[in-house]
Design a protein around this ligand. Structure first.
Ligand code: SAH
Ligand code: SF4
Length: 367
């Protein structure tokens, strides 16, 4: 549990511990179950709105427990309906959750860490390094805030763990959170509707496979040769691409879920026709789709987004080699560029903390 002053939040406590607190406040065991259901099922933000709790219980309860451990500090809506939420955590840190409306329902994009230690050179989330992992309740609460944002328009039908942070570096909390998210008595989003995106540490991908729940997996490649990938992700320079692809294959073998590969296209860096052909060779026989993501510019970064023609040519070469490829133009995020940007913009205003630039020796971009 992250360190902060004050009482725990409802989801910080397992059902037994929650019951103890409720008994201490003068309530009954079924009040504890009711409080949890109000939070997870009905999206309550306060004890006062839990109409089946005795009013006399509220003052003592409010002294021992808070409903949630995060709140929406800022909300940015793009013209296409995409909404970016900046969530303030109890220790003053912040993360982002994005709500992306689609035809059948909304997709949530959730974060797993405050910052990211991997430090991909083109990513806003890695700019200031890692501050800390999110707790499982902090991950679950992103689904609650996202659902509340989406509810007036559509239900949440999908989630992608593609926000700030590297999910496999906080795997235990993520898996615990997703257990709660999948529970039909709460949020009720099934594993097949959830995609975990990872930079691909093979041992951690295997650990995720061994956990035995068939989440969709997206592996971020961004290069077809080790030298280019090492330049884009210096902290992973020693892990060969072949091992990363092998880890993805092992995920498929264990779970039966076909991984997708993500590839951020950067003009003049990894978008040449030869690089598309090399990618096709690397993925030969891997049974996977490639998701091409034209780079979203972030301030101060030396990278550029390729032209539409260049992106389409890259995609055609992959398809010509029998590799299904899709292009993901960013949806309405232009105002803030890539995920993680909103938090970075707000960093200097966060009280009492200087960003820790490189706890694992990751040089911040441009630093
Ligand atoms: N750490 C995980 C998940 C979060 S990043 C991972 O790297 O997969 C989610 C996706 O957004 C990754 O594929 C990442 O490469 C991509 N991304 C990061 N910065 C980007 C940018 N500036 N433009 C486009 N895509 C970006
Ligand atoms: Fe971390 Fe993913 Fe960003 Fe790389 S792309 S710095 S792994 S969040």
């Amino acid at each position: 549990m992250p360190r902060h002053a004050g009482p725990p939040s409802v989801l910080d406590l397992d059902p037994g511990a929650l019951e103890e607190v409720v008994l201490r406040a003068g309530g009954r065991p079924f009040h504890a179950r009711s409080i949890r259901a109000w939070i997870l099922r009905r999206g309550a933000r306060s004890f006062a709105e839990m109409t089946d709790l005795p009013r006399s219980l509220l003052p003592s309860l409010e002294g021992l427990l808070v409903p949630l451990s995060s709140n929406v500090a800022e909300r940015r809506a793009a013209p296409d309906g995409t909404v970016r939420l900046l969530l303030r955590l109890r220790d003053g840190n912040a993360v982002e959750t994005v709500v992306i409306p689609g035809r059948g329902g909304a997709t949530l994009c959730v974060s797993t860490q405050v910052g990211c230690p991997v430090g991909c050179r083109f990513c806003a989330s890695g700019l200031a390094g890692i501050v800390r992992n999110l707790s499982a309740p902090e991950i679950v609460e992103q689904f609650l805030h996202g659902r509340a944002e989406a509810v007036s328009l559509r239900p949440v039908t999908r989630a992608v763990v593609m926000g700030i942070g590297e999910p496999t570096l906080n795997l235990e909390a993520l898996l615990a959170a997703l257990e709660v998210v999948r529970d039909p008595r709460g949020i009720g989003l099934g594993a097949r509707r959830i995609t975990i995106s990872t930079v691909g540490y093979p041992d951690r991908v295997r650990r995720l496979a061994a956990a035995g729940t068939p989440y969709n997996l997206a592996v971020s490649l961004h290069a077809a040769d080790d030298a280019t990938r090492g330049r884009l992700i210096p902290t992973m320079a020693r892990i060969p691409l072949a091992e990363i692809v092998e880890g993805a294959r092992a995920y498929f073998a264990t779970t039966g879920r076909e991984p997708t590969f993500e590839y951020v296209l950067l003009a003049g860096t990894n978008d040449a026709p030869d690089q598309a052909r090399a990618l096709a060779r690397l993925l030969e026989g891997a049974r996977a789709t490639v998701n091409l993501i034209p780079y979203n510019p972030i301030p101060g970064s030396p990278f550029r987004r390729p032209t539409r023609e260049r992106v389409e040519a890259f995609s055609r070469i992959l398809r010509g080699h029998g590799i299904p490829a899709t292009i993901r133009w960013s949806k309405g995020l232009e105002a803030e560029a890539a995920c993680g940007q909103l938090r970075i913009d707000r960093l200097p205003r966060e009280p009492g903390r200087a960003p820790d630039p490189s706890p694992q020796g990751v040089a911040p971009l441009g630093g």
